[in-house]
Design a protein around this ligand. Structure first.
Ligand SMILES: [Cu+2]
Ligand SMILES: [Zn+2]
Length: 206
């Protein structure tokens, strides 16, 4: 005959075995699920997303600047969100440049992405700006810089004239004057100064 204590121990062992078995079974079930979703017909409705890893330019005489950006195409435009570390407090010009090349301290990224050959301008002025003109990001004292932009001119759609995939984001040392500086350079670069960090827009394959 089993004592009460022995029965209790056996019951616990059985429950533990069931619990472990359940976990194993669930994990077996959980793995194929994402594969199934990925191959389902609804994948034709997938959201376009891209990412950018900002790496510091050398020879800037400033702290190195790092960052991560996430881009999502929506019916309202492209949301650009992220975090940047190492910037001095204040405004910093923030653009998409034409060439996805980070060489030569970000200078190989070329000028602002400008497929329609317009003057440099402010982001809100969609009819008269470079496609890459995203204005300024604002760095607080003693904290990372948050990026939170919705832009209706850039796109992540392949084959579109304003597709920014494969091009480069650049973060500048000083404020972009948004074309209002009253000199020729203002209508070209916004006088945003040195390039502190840059990163290529890479589509996320889903
Ligand atoms: Cu720039
Ligand atoms: Zn520009």
């Amino acid at each position: 005959m089993l004592t009460n204590k022995e029965i209790q121990i056996k019951m616990r062992l059985v429950l533990a075995a069931i619990f472990v078995g359940c976990l194993a079974f669930k994990s077996c079930l959980a793995f194929p699920q994402p594969l199934h979703i990925a191959h389902s017909p609804s994948s034709s409705l997938k959201v376009l997303k891209s990412k950018v890893k900002l790496v510091p330019a050398q020879n800037t005489d400033k702290d190195p600047v790092y960052g991560i950006l996430s881009l999502v195409e929506t019916s309202e435009g492209v949301y650009i969100q992220g975090k940047i570390l190492g910037l001095e407090p204040g405004k910093h010009g923030f653009h998409v440049h034409a060439i996805g090349d980070l060489g030569n301290d970000c200078k190989s990224a070329g000028g602002h992405f400008n497929p329609e050959e317009r003057d440099h301008g402010q982001p809100q002025n969609e009819a008269d700006r470079h496609v890459g003109d995203l204005g300024n990001i604002i760095s607080p004292e003693d904290d990372f810089t948050s990026v939170n932009i919705l832009d209706t001119l850039v796109t992540l759609q392949k084959g579109q004239a304003n597709d920014i995939n494969g091009r480069a984001f650049v973060v500048h040392a000083t404020e972009d004057d948004l074309g209002l500086g009253g000199n020729p350079e203002s209508l070209k670069t916004g006088n945003a100064g040195k390039r502190l960090a840059c990163g290529i827009v890479e589509p996320i394959i889903q």
